[in-house]
Design a protein around this ligand. Sequence first.
Ligand code: I3S
Length: 128
Amino acid sequence: KVTTRALYTRPSEKCGVLNVTKITENGKKVRKNWTSSWTVLQGSSLLFAKGQGGGTSWFGGNQSKPEFTVDLRGGSVDWASKDKSSKKHVIELKTRQGTELLIQSEIDSVINDWYRALTDTISTHAWE
Ligand code: I3S
């Protein structure tokens, strides 16, 4: 029996293609470099791999290794202000380690789902 609760339970894993750029690394401003990236939310980690993975999940085969990984614990997520980017639907993600990323999708349902998943993850792992 499918309960309402089950319908609202979110998976702890999520993946998809997003446009991503770092804007700050270890507290230092870096030059933007927007890249389309295969993005995976796994537990409290967000993993990015270059390219779109050729339609195959890199979990299975010998697809590209994660380009970089972000620890979401202690981080924060918000919608980016206009001065951060001229693009629409941009999320600003700050890590406790002082890395700031912008994450974007042209599809608002896609970016809204990511926003929810990231805020849920950060609040779930807030006390670790
Ligand atoms: O915040 P900025 O500097 O206006 O960001 C833009 C630049 O990074 C630009 O590249 P150049 O390094 O060649 O100037 C990018 O092509 C743009 O996409 C960046 O702005 P948006 O608003 O798209 O985030």
